[in-house]
Write a protein that binds this ligand. Sequence first.
Ligand code: GAP
Length: 441
Amino acid sequence: MEKLVSLAKRRGFIFQSSEIYGGINGFWDYGPLGVELKNNIKNFWWQKMVRDRSNVVGVDTSIICHPQTWVSSGHVKSFSDPLVDCRVCKGRFRADHISTLPCPNKPSLSVEACAVEKKGEGELTEIRQFNLMFETFVGAVKDDSARAYLRPETCQSIFTQFKNIQTVSRQKIPFGIAQIGKSFRNEVTPRNFIFRSREFEQMEMEFFIKPEGDEGQKWYEYWVDQRFQWFIDLGIRASHLRKRPHDPDELAHYAQGCTDVEYEFPFGFSELEGIANRSNYDLTQHIKGSGKDLSYFDDQTKEKFVPAVIETSLGVDRTLLTVLADAFTEDEIGGEARTLLKLSPHIAPIKIAFLPLSKKLAEPVERIEEKFRKKYATDFDAVGSIGKRYRRYDEIGTPICVTYDFQSEEDHQVTVRHRDTTHQERVAIDQLESYLEKIFC
Ligand code: GAP
């Protein structure tokens, strides 16, 4: 993880937010390569979940919504983590993490072990609940009536807008509503780089179904399989992924099933996505809270009912960390160590680097790059030895380098070099387009 974090910063994927002021814990900024990778991941999700399907539509709702939303959803009352303070180091920790969290004063010991070693467990305060929602005030007066929350998940507005969206899209049940957007949680202990942060993006889809019969189980199993396959299609090694069905005592009282897709990080198997059969709890709560009718009328059977929902919910940032961790590779080429990111060509932030062997050859290469720039994310680099340039592009996961040398002037061919194998072959410039299409399409 240390090597990965260092690469991510050095090469402009991810920086600590407000670094010049010492940073702010749990917040991160994405650099030029990071934003490209992030957009590629989001686009891949949107393509597979919305564009490829006739029964899923998309929305983009506001981050701050009516505060009653969070009362009805249960977040105001119970979206909290158990918290303890250490009276010695004054640190504040999630009570369920103290056996693994390092003590800030003595990082060789866990918070728990340190408390025991020092003066016994009495050094930690009693556990109390801490609500994770960030609060703000809407308008000029800062009193209780103006209190609002930054959303801790994107899905609640999908529920509150269910009727509007169903009406305008003319979708019939079963159908889904998808959204990508920012969420905020005042996590007690953000950790593992961007794995758990305080500001992050989610990609969520709520799939509305009939509340009765075996529909729930059927669609739940369908979405667990679809979502697991999505990570494999993204390029993640299947050997590092697993499905973890929740035990009955982990489930919310209304949930009829939940499975996490987990990835084996250097810090152990951890959740990437949850797929949950949530019954019709969410819509029912908003019907109660708003007094509005959010039921669905089936004009074929003439039945009216409150739909149940299968939810698929994952974090963009956590997926990006997975992509980086899974692609991070160290090998040896000709006796020299190299670091590379084995990113799938479809999500690599830069797809093709165009490299003149000598600065004198820059002009024809720029002309070739110009031709491909509109179709692929390309880059041009004329600085340093060709070997060093190859290593630079390997390290950021660029699948293909195209090198133009003095011979290219004569034979109108370029050298195409493949990142993972370092295999090189000569390709005629007028064949380059169809050659690259086979790799990227
Ligand atoms: N609407 C359901 C929901 O939000 P969740 O398990 O709390 O469920 C879903 O969150 C996903 O959002 C997680 O699997 C994870 O990928 C991502 N996520 C949650 N909290 C996060 C955090 N603090 N930092 C980064 N990603 C987070």
